[in-house]
Design a protein around this ligand. Structure first.
Ligand SMILES: Nc1ncnc2c1ncn2[C@@H]1O[C@H](COP(=O)(O)OP(=O)(O)OP(=O)(O)O)[C@@H](O)[C@H]1O
Length: 228
């Protein structure tokens, strides 16, 4: 479960990005975060994986209060929360296999276990046959699938995706959604910030709309709600 209690965020330049958010996301939910550009969606999401810290308020991931965890425990938190970005962020000199295995916490794992875990997630994203390829040899959609595999290889409870389809053509965006839905159906909570009206209006899920750093709508099976 993810919970925000009266969360505020002011950046050092005095921009008030988040202004008093209270939300609860239960285990296994799939949530879209929508809203105009600059509304605070990325800030909202970054606080969930402790990339940014709130100026005020508490964020709980299950029993862990993110405001209270020590810097040295952040890697442990990141194993419980996978993150996917619009621009993939793959390491260009590593193969698909290496990009995924690199993210795996390798402590006390034997090579056979590592290989099984990497191949299992490459199977989920339908990329087993590209394990030896380099990112530059892949399409944008394939690169995003590698990024998703990397994000889930530690079996996180939560997958956070900030505009995961933002750089992809429409057909490829739908493929990515199939994979995110599959991962969600396997039990992972998915939180996805998006500007993709077609996806939100077709694959109906909970919608949290943010404007000027506040939740202005929180709706089960909601619409995108903005004209593009
Ligand atoms: N690191 C930062 N330092 C200062 N101000 C920031 C920083 N990051 C974001 N902001 C500001 O905070 C506000 C919210 O930004 P945020 O990126 O969270 O919005 P967003 O809804 O994700 O926008 P978009 O849809 O364009 O990605 C904006 O006014 C932005 O300029």
């Amino acid at each position: 479960m993810i919970e925000m209690k009266d969360v505020w965020k002011m950046y050092p330049n005095n921009v008030h990005a988040i202004n008093g958010i209270n939300i609860k996301i239960e285990k296994g939910e799939f949530v879209y975060v929508v809203g105009p550009s600059g509304a605070g969606k990325s800030t909202f999401i970054k606080m969930m994986y402790r990339e940014e810290r709130p100026t005020k308020g508490d964020i709980l991931i299950d029993e862990t209060n993110l405001s209270k965890i020590k810097e040295r425990h952040i890697p442990l938190l990141r194993r419980r929360i996978g993150v996917v970005f619009q621009d993939f962020k793959l390491l260009s000199s590593l193969t698909v296999y290496e990009n995924v295995s690199f993210a795996l916490e390798v402590i006390e794992e034997n090579p056979a276990v590592i290989k099984r875990k990497v191949m299992d997630v490459l199977d989920i994203v339908h990329l087993k046959n590209k394990a030896r390829a380099l990112p530059d040899e892949l399409s944008g959609g394939e690169q995003q699938r590698v990024a998703i595999a990397r994000a889930i290889v530690n079996r996180p409870d939560v997958l956070i995706a900030d505009e995961p389809t933002g750089n992809l053509d429409p057909d490829t965006a739908w493929e990515i959604m199939d994979i995110l839905e599959d991962i969600n159906q396997r039990g992972t909570t998915v939180v996805m910030a998006t500007h993709n009206q077609g996806i939100v209006n077709t694959i109906k899920k909970r919608v949290i709309a943010i404007e000027s750093g506040r939740v202005v709508r929180d709706q089960a099976r909601g619409d995108y709600g903005y004209e593009i």
